[in-house]
Design a protein around this ligand. Structure first.
Ligand code: GDP
Length: 190
């Protein structure tokens, strides 16, 4: 259970990250996937993370301290039409450096919109992430949005596209479906 959550800072570079020894969990997902809503649902706060913020130009990592014991690290949503190729490249470079240089990173959590299914951007980031020696968790968001008759089929699509030794989680920030299980299992060592 998440008892406390506070926004710590927006880090503009790797050297700007906190120097303590607390664990990091990195959240990745394209813009509009429901990342802010998931942070709010996990922390049981209405607006800890801003929902539907307009994409800024600066690439920052937003750090939230949960239960005074670990950081949830929110990376900017990728795949903005507005973002240039150069920006997209610097996003991938920053994430790559962050993963490579951060001994405190325990898991990478990639969000996929369950209703829309994996996009080209999602699959391209996924193919980068599997090369790192770090547990990769897939979270399918907006579970409530898909008709129940289509859910099994869509679950199958995801299990075929994302080959991971970790579980795929199905969540809804709207109904809170799957949120407790996600917290209990993904942050089990915290
Ligand atoms: P972000 O850009 O990834 O941070 O996405 P947001 O959290 O801002 O969500 C984008 C849109 O999807 C908003 O209109 C949310 O209200 C909506 N949304 C997010 N999560 C859910 C969910 O679980 N169910 C439904 N029905 N809508 C959601």
């Amino acid at each position: 259970m998440i008892k406390t959550a506070e926004f710590i800072k927006s880090a503009v570079s790797i050297s700007d990250l906190p120097s303590d020894d607390l664990s990091h969990y990195l959240l990745l997902g394209r813009s509009n996937v429901g990342k802010s809503s998931l942070i709010n649902a996990v922390t049981n706060r209405k607006s800890l993370a801003r929902v539907s913020q307009t994409p800024g130009k600066t690439i920052t990592l937003n750090l939230y301290l949960l239960n005074q014991s670990f950081y949830l690290v929110d990376a900017p949503g990728y795949g903005y039409a507005k973002r240039s190729k150069t920006q997209a490249k610097s996003f991938v470079t920053m994430i790559r450096n962050y993963i490579n240089q951060n001994q405190k990173l325990k898991k990478v959590i990639l969000l996929i919109d369950f209703n829309i299914g994996p996009t080209i951007d999602d699959l391209s980031l996924y193919s980068e992430l599997i090369h790192f020696d770090i547990p990769l968790i897939i979270v399918a968001t907006k579970y409530d949005k898909l008709k129940s008759s289509l859910r099994l089929k869509q679950q199958k699509v995801l299990t075929e596209k994302f080959i991971t030794d970790q579980k795929i989680y199905f969540t809804s920030s709207e109904t809170k479906y799957g949120i407790e299980k996600f917290i209990a299992e993904v942050f089990e060592n915290e």
